[in-house]
Design a protein around this ligand. Sequence first.
Ligand SMILES: CC(C)(COP(=O)(O)OP(=O)(O)OC[C@H]1O[C@@H](n2cnc3c(N)ncnc32)[C@H](O)[C@@H]1OP(=O)(O)O)[C@@H](O)C(=O)NCCC(=O)NCCS
Length: 135
Amino acid sequence: MITYRLGNDLELVAVIELYRASTLGERRPVNDRERMGQMLANASLVVTAWDGEQLVGIARSVTDFSFATYLSDLAVRLSHQKQGIGRELIRRTQEQGGKATIILLSAPKAVGYYPRIGMKSHPSAWMLGAEERLR
Ligand SMILES: CC(C)(COP(=O)(O)OP(=O)(O)OC[C@H]1O[C@@H](n2cnc3c(N)ncnc32)[C@H](O)[C@@H]1OP(=O)(O)O)[C@@H](O)C(=O)NCCC(=O)NCCS
């Protein structure tokens, strides 16, 4: 049975291991412990999924709990994928966010996932990387 918890009071080592075990680690700075620690500590909404005492899923968001929730990382352990855990993590993220809209950027491996579960793509999403400058 999968249980769900709220909060970012998690062991960083276990979180990094989950990112690797889901493949999301390929696209996140998992070798930079300090940065991963900041990502976890400063997230305002973290929902996790547990199989007993094993961490099997995470939804890590930055939210104002009112208007916008940026769902930065969604990851489910490969061994536990396609059992509805990802969907439930997003459902609980939405529930906690009040009236906030959930916004995210899909990883290449998940581009088919979000429309499948009922999310809409936005034709006008814009990014500015930390290394990029406005002109
Ligand atoms: C994307 C991810 C979070 C989905 O989690 P999950 O728990 O496996 O997904 P769910 O079980 O909630 O899947 C819900 C439905 O979507 C389908 N689905 C799952 N992964 C999919 C994918 N990558 N593409 C298309 N459909 C997918 C499931 O088969 C299921 O369909 P059903 O309702 O007909 O049974 C998980 O596969 C993952 O961690 N992937 C690697 C990391 C990643 O890319 N994360 C996204 C970052 S933006």
